[in-house]
Ligand binder design. Structure first.
Ligand code: SAM
Ligand code: DTB
Ligand code: SF4
Length: 363
């Protein structure tokens, strides 16, 4: 691959927007007219390995070409059903298999969720994401979450939910209730995945993503770095995400929060500059995705977060808590964005239409 060119997304998505200068098909891409080019793990690895400043320069160029408005989306999380999960994801404080001190709680009632959503809106969030520690919700769970979705949507917020594996009819029901996004992460590369969780397969994750897409819900899908993976596994994750067709509208990149009691509590921390590299490559591979700087911001510090924004991150989890662990204070985030001259995205109902003419309307 020629490394000093802008390497954009797959062709079928470029059709709706201008091609960046020097555009070329990524090497390793399949190029029959009926089949979209695919990102190979090697091509992604080559991007990750680029000289740091070249990589950042390119990511910033792609970012400016596709996001001229340059705003930062603020998304607030709420754990609406906490702990006691039967899955064994090695990173997760909510698995019933690990002794992490998290108290299991039942699904929250509508009025409590609405209070939290209104507070998030008042603080400037435009998206509200409800998380539940389920392997897969049952029919009656989906019915109750559908009520939450409709209520939160009524406040004028974009809605997102992350509830585990979904059947097609669940996705349809949530869509009808007004769900805008479904978060379901691939977390790592297919070959590293069994090291992290063995109560479900990678294909289970892909199946749910397909059901979400088929129901017309936008996809929020990303992963976690700092789980003891090798760079090739990071490349594998990024290639999987970019090869989803279409690629996700939102891509959360989490840095592992090492929770005592989980199997990954002692995972070696990722070099912060490698984290920035992952953000930059996500931006290059998925130019019109909202790339979200997600869990782990408390450990990153302001300077590394600034580099992440330079690399193309344009969304954060905003609010003092993630699901069960901490997040930077709202005041600290407001200060950080102000000091960098970054503007939060306006309420989505009143925000100006994206100026790059992407087919999808509401990233
Ligand atoms: N149970 C659902 C599922 O697994 O899809 C939804 C909730 S789950 C907590 C949502 C995501 O949070 C996971 O896929 C993972 O990417 C992320 N996550 C969980 N624990 C984390 C941790 N300690 N550090 C970073 N990200 C984490
Ligand atoms: C995502 O990618 N990260 C969020 C959200 N999607 C659901 C969750 C982060 C969880 C961090 C650990 C915790 O607080 O449970
Ligand atoms: Fe359960 Fe989700 Fe945590 Fe896995 S990540 S243990 S599925 S809550």
């Amino acid at each position: 691959m020629t490394l000093d060119v802008l390497v954009p997304q797959r062709t079928e998505q470029l059709d709706t927007q201008e091609k960046p200068v020097n555009w070329q098909r990524p090497s390793g891409a399949r190029s029959t007219p009926t089949e979209a080019p695919r990102w190979s793990v090697e091509a992604v690895q080559a991007l990750l390995d680029r000289p740091f400043l070249d990589l950042l320069h390119e990511a910033q160029a792609v970012h400016r070409a596709h996001w001229p408005e340059g705003d930062i989306e603020l998304a607030t999380l709420l754990s609406v059903k906490t702990g006691g999960c039967p899955e064994n994801c090695g990173y997760c404080p909510q698995s019933a298999e690990f002794d992490t001190g998290v108290q299991a709680q039942k699904l929250m009632p509508v009025d409590e969720v609405l209070r939290a959503a209104q507070a998030a809106k008042d603080a400037g969030a435009t998206r509200f994401c409800m998380g539940a520690a389920w392997r897969a919700p049952k029919d009656r769970d989906v019915e109750k979450v559908a009520e939450l979705v409709t209520a939160v949507k009524g406040l004028g917020l974009q809605t997102c939910a992350t509830l585990g594996m979904l059947e097609p009819h669940h996705a349809q029901q949530l869509r009808e209730a007004g769900l805008d996004y479904y978060n379901h992460n691939l977390d790592t590369s297919p070959d590293y995945y069994p090291e992290i969780v063995d109560t479900r397969s990678y294909q289970d994750r892909l199946d749910t993503l397909a059901h979400v897409r088929a129901a017309g819900i936008s996809v929020c899908c990303g992963g976690i770095v700092g789980m003891g993976e090798m760079p090739v596994h990071r490349a594998g994750l990024l290639a999987e995400l970019a090869n989803l067709s279409p690629y996700p509208e939102s891509v959360p990149i989490n840095s592992l929060v090492r929770v005592p009691g989980t199997p990954l509590a002692d995972a070696p921390p990722i070099d912060p500059l490698d984290f920035v590299r992952v953000i930059a490559v996500a931006r290059i591979l998925m130019p019109r995705a909202r790339v979200r700087l997600s869990a782990g911001r408390q450990q990153l510090g302001d300077a590394v977060q600034a580099l992440c924004f330079l690399a193309g991150a344009n969304s954060i989890f905003y609010g003092d808590k993630l699901l069960v662990t901490g997040n930077p204070d709202v005041e600290a985030d407001v200060r950080l964005l102000q000091s960098l001259g970054l503007k939060p995205r306006q309420t989505f109902a009143t925000a100006a239409a994206p100026s790059t003419g992407d087919a999808c309307c509401s990233h």
